[in-house]
Design a protein around this ligand. Sequence first.
Ligand SMILES: [Zn+2]
Length: 657
Amino acid sequence: MDVELARVWARDEGVRSLTGRVLLADGQVVEASSADLHSYALAEEPGGPREVVLVVDRPSLGLRCEHHAVRYPGSLAEYWQVVRNTGDRPVILRRVESGRVLLRRSVRDVMYFRGGWGLEFEPARERLGESFELVQTRGRSSNGLHPWVALLGPTRSFSAAVAWSGNWALRIHRREDAVELTGGLVDFDPACELLPGAELVAPSLVVVEGDGRDLNSISIQYGRVGRLHWYPHNDLSNLLPVEWNHWWPYEDRHINEEVFRRNVDVAAEMGFEVCTLDAGWFGPDDPSAHWYDYRGDWHMVNRTRFPHGIRALADYVHSRGMRFGIWCEIEAVGQRASLAQAHPEYLATRGGQPLGYACFGCPEVRRWALATLDGLVREHGADWIKLDFNLDPGLGCDRTDHGHGAGDGLYAHYRGYYGVLDELRRRHPHVLLEGCSSGGLRIDLELLRHLHTVFLSDPDWPEHDLQLFWGATTMLHPSACLHWGWSEWITEHRRQTFDPRDPMLSPHKLDYAVGVGMLGGFGLSHRLPDLPRWVRERITALIALYKTHVRRFVREGELRRLTRQPRRFGKGARWAAFQYSLPEDEHLLMVFRLDRSEPTVRLRLRGLMEEGDYLVRRLWPPTDRESVTAGSELSRDGIFFYDLQPEDMRVLHLQRL
Ligand SMILES: [Zn+2]
């Protein structure tokens, strides 16, 4: 192998890269060696990523494997493999590894996140034994487990993520000399039949190296590369608009044209910038129709609730100077949806049983989905589409009349879904696309190459919000994370008890309830016309704070978590602090005191110039006072917080003089 090429591929420091393997159904393992190398290419942008492609031919097996590695400035690299059938008979694949790396043997602990509905980003940490694996088989990337792992050592730490929205695997083995990590798609079941001329593009395995201090040196790299190279952007997504969404206080049965319009009027006065019509707008003209049953009937508008149609509502929102958002679960097919009768051939099935979604591996389905989404923009006037997905596809569709095989139906579905999103963005570049999946059950780096932002979770009580944001930002830039302040729920949830009309509600608790939503993309789901006057005025002021000061840091800042992760139900850190830093040595500090906390905390800032002086201003609660403090003092002694109530918030701005 060429020396320069080998150097780029193999890397240095704590990560050595091997090529991913292919396991065939008959037990053969296809592993690249330099003797097999057919050709290679090296591409480099000045100051940007460098890509290496190694092409390995195995004519006796009818296989060509392209190994891709892209290294970004810093230590983040992504690896993937493209497998092509160059023979004249099918190749039967069991497993395709995206990449394989060797890490320092000194790593000791493995950290990862479990997840579930309303329970996303639950941390787990254990001592790394001889082997460890995380395997997702529910068909959604972050249901049960998040597609991310960290290996922590005393001086160096590493993280890996599989960029894929379906089933994935991360496997770790201790070897004599190193720790081996592989990742990619979960094994095909049944095996994948790769036909002559066909190719399979495995998802990216992302690997990052950081210092052993905490996860910030790793997550800053994930965030930077994501923001600069992966996530799509448009004017609306760059704005980080403040969203009002109708769902939690009204759900489907209590929303209608009149209720929505009354909220729009107040939203405009309060400074909201997007009003989103969630589920409840589609399906038959039946006041009792339940949204879940009619998913798929996007061509029908519930005229009982919306007698003048959706366009009239969008026009009304636009006339008040805001953007119009709409909810859709384009992949799903409800049990009563007429779509299922009209197009049974669209349905994903396994063993002949419908799985509850339309298979995007099928070209007809992709055409229908694209036309439907296109209609949401052209006919209904949507500027923002919230794309939900409320079911587990499991191992996916095994039909053989969709253009995919029995083993790669779920793979084909996600490739098809990504393609629809890409074409939708091409046709409507100004429209913001949001990914949601029963809240946060499909959060991964590949989905964020095809849509602009992901919703972190359905519930949003404050300690849950703080746990989520802490967890999500180990892999995502804050600008890609959408969540809301504490919503009012019409249904029962033991923690969703926020009542803005409670006479006992204090200003600091309102700040805390709303402010936790301002860490990333920000929204609220409240009954706006019924807010007490002081509550409405204070939320209006918080929205102004977000728009004037906070969101430019969310948009471009480097985020550091200054505390351990707060956790639901009284666990974890009981103070949470997040520092956002802009290149001009300007910083924003958002501090939250949770309940059951110590009364004071000292927070040491990071990344400041020790010899510089900083102007420190408190932005919330607003005050005219300001002080000048040395960078050395802010870094070593930190800032002492002693006057917060339990469940309270402070926002500080620091600028080097
Ligand atoms: Zn299918």
